[in-house]
Design a protein around this ligand. Structure first.
Ligand code: AMP
Length: 191
């Protein structure tokens, strides 16, 4: 299974990614999490990424692509993976296509979470308090939403043209949303 979960910042991608990945026994690969781990470890990659993350901008494609290429080469991702937060630009879509094609596989599905913009801002401000993320101030949140709309939302059309997008209403209780995703992906509940 090779999956992508997409949606605007604060749509609940990370939470849902964990449930989906657990079900399919594949790693959930979050580029944001990998960047944050590098920032806290003070690596060269972390120092470079932080400048962009703190401003709500995207880390350059070359840096991000290389990082994902290395990660999906890891042994645990050989039989599949769920990407959370990647691809985010058209250049990343092309790069990912190349990576998957090279291994002789295909992208199975794109789960796209939809949520109301105002709901998102309040969710993100709440998360900022809980997790203390430097990129969750109101100005940066708004910038991240704008960058998402400009650079990432158009990718949905690209994947829709391939017939692999499942649009899921991201509002509601976490397990309700998970159930919607599983229904869309034809997951039969375990009895
Ligand atoms: P996230 O946790 O997915 O919201 O990502 C946090 C931040 O990491 C983003 O606002 C970007 O600065 C950076 N980032 C994560 N994924 C990508 C990506 N695919 N391309 C560029 N920047 C990214």
């Amino acid at each position: 299974m090779r999956l992508i979960i997409m949606g605007p910042p604060g749509a609940g991608k990370g939470t849902q990614a964990r449930f989906i990945a657990e079900h399919f026994k594949i790693p959930a690969i979050s580029t944001g999490d990998i960047f944050r781990a590098n920032v806290s470890e003070g690596t060269e990659l972390g120092i470079e990424a932080k400048r962009y993350m703190d401003a709500g901008e995207y880390v350059p494609d070359e840096v991000t692509n290389l990082m994902v290429r290395n990660r999906i080469d890891d042994a645990d991702a050989v039989s599949g993976f769920l990407l959370d937060g990647y691809p985010r630009t058209l250049a990343q879509v092309e790069e990912l296509d190349g990576m998957i094609k090279f291994t002789g596989h295909r992208l199975d599905a794109v789960v796209c979470l939809t949520v109301d913009q105002d709901e998102i801002v309040s969710r993100l401000l709440q998360r900022a308090q809980v997790e203390g993320r430097a990129d969750d101030t109101e100005d940066v949140i708004r910038r991240r939403q704008q960058v998402y709309l400009e650079q990432t939302a158009p990718l949905i059309e690209v994947y829709k043209a391939r017939g692999i997008v499942h649009e899921i209403d991201g509002l509601g209780e976490v397990d309700e949303v998970t159930q919607r995703i599983f229904t869309a992906l034809d997951v039969v509940p375990e009895s």
